[in-house]
Design a protein around this ligand. Structure first.
Ligand SMILES: NC(=O)c1ccc[n+]([C@@H]2O[C@H](COP(=O)([O-])OP(=O)(O)OC[C@H]3O[C@@H](n4cnc5c(N)ncnc54)[C@H](OP(=O)(O)O)[C@@H]3O)[C@@H](O)[C@H]2O)c1
Length: 328
């Protein structure tokens, strides 16, 4: 009988890691070790409930706790969360970035210390600061600091880099249901819904699709691909849609009239504060270039053996949300 390998999944109680757990726990040949700061939380207990997933405590702030949690693992899915210190810890965008960089490097160093490790999967994003350096300048801290970790893995941990695949997650369709700034709202008494943006509503965004399944599909296929995916980037997505296209689909699904209205970055920042500014810069990045442009260092969905019929895109995701009463 083939040996069962362990994949240690960080962020397992969250969107990305949760999506990885959902698929990998049903993938023959793999056993999931879910990592959380708090195995007693309801989310962690739900992961452990059916007995197929081992739940282990570790903290991105503590490299030794991560190394212990990775012990014996053949694969690690590593993700960080720039938003937590920014939204809930009172940190500036750049301070949150420094925390994210520290977490990203703790994860990478702990993985490099794991003798059993065959494949490291790092969830990252392209950096705007790096791309626009000397070209007018643009910063998107929640993307830039992840890209710094990519470069540091290659420079400081070449043996780990040699078995790393870099995953770019697109914009989550779920944002239209859960992120207040991205929810359409009704102009009172008119039945007309409005979605505000601070950038060109026709600019195309990379969409991650359903976070409950797509992250796991990509991770399963990257692992099955093995060495051919080492050192490569992959977009965890098959769709690129504009905000207008997303709202048109939202209108079709909900039966409500929706229109996208572009406002200035200043007005957007006055409405939403620093969180709005961060998102406005992200959308500006997408307006100015294609941050997720496929280059020589990419491995394609076809090469990974991604079956498009298994992937759940924007429409499937929001139809699922609507069926649970979670869309406006
Ligand atoms: N929203 C989007 O459209 C989008 C698109 C692409 C990329 N992203 C990126 O996605 C990342 C967040 O991933 P997500 O959406 O999966 O997050 P999420 O759903 O908010 O969940 C956060 C996860 O991080 C874990 N965590 C937080 N701090 C930790 C620590 N110090 N040690 C160990 N675990 C910790 C939490 O685990 P416990 O609480 O159980 O410990 C939880 O599982 C962000 O960096 C964001 O930039 C978002």
């Amino acid at each position: 009988m083939a040996q069962v390998k362990i994949i240690a999944v960080t962020g397992a109680t969250g969107a990305q890691g949760g999506g990885v757990v959902n698929i990998l726990k049903k993938t023959p040949g793999w056993r999931v070790r879910a990592i959380t700061r708090n195995p007693d939380s309801d989310a962690a207990k739900a992961l452990a409930a059916d007995g197929t997933v081992e739940v282990v405590r570790a903290d991105w702030d503590d490299e030794d706790s991560l190394a212990a949690a990775f012990s014996g693992a053949a694969a690690v899915f590593a993700v960080t969360n720039w938003w937590e210190p920014f939204l809930f810890g009172g940190k500036t965008a750049w301070e949150a970035g420094e925390i994210e960089e520290r977490h990203g490097m703790n994860l990478a160093r702990a993985a490099a210390r794991t003798p059993s490790l065959e494949h490291y999967l790092w969830s990252t994003l392209p950096g705007a600061k790096q791309r626009f350096l000397g070209k007018g300048g643009l910063e998107v801290p929640h993307m830039d600091y992840k890209a710094i970790v990519d470069a540091r893995i290659r420079e400081e941990l070449p043996a780990l880099a040699a078995k790393t695949t870099y995953l770019y997650f697109g914009y989550y369709p779920q944002n239209i249901a859960y992120v207040p700034m991205m929810k359409p709202f009704e102009h009172p008494g008119t039945g007309q819904y409005i979605q505000l943006v601070a950038s060109d509503s026709q600019a195309k965004l990379l969409l991650a699709g359903d976070m409950a399944v797509n992250p796991g599909i990509w991770v399963r296929q990257v692992l099955a691909t093995g060495p051919a995916a080492f050192g490569k980037y992959t977009n965890v997505a098959l769709e690129r849609w504009s905000v207008q296209q997303m709202l048109d689909k939202w209108s079709e699904v909900t039966g409500k009239r929706g229109v996208v209205v572009q406002i200035t970055e200043e007005a957007w920042a006055r409405l939403w504060g620093p969180v709005g500014t961060e998102l406005a810069w992200q959308f500006k990045f997408v307006e100015l270039c294609d941050p997720f442009e496929v280059g020589d260092d990419f491995i394609s969905p076809e090469e990974l053996g991604i079956d498009a019929s298994e992937v759940v895109g924007f429409e499937g995701t929001i139809r699922g949300l609507a069926s649970k009463g979670l869309l406006v």
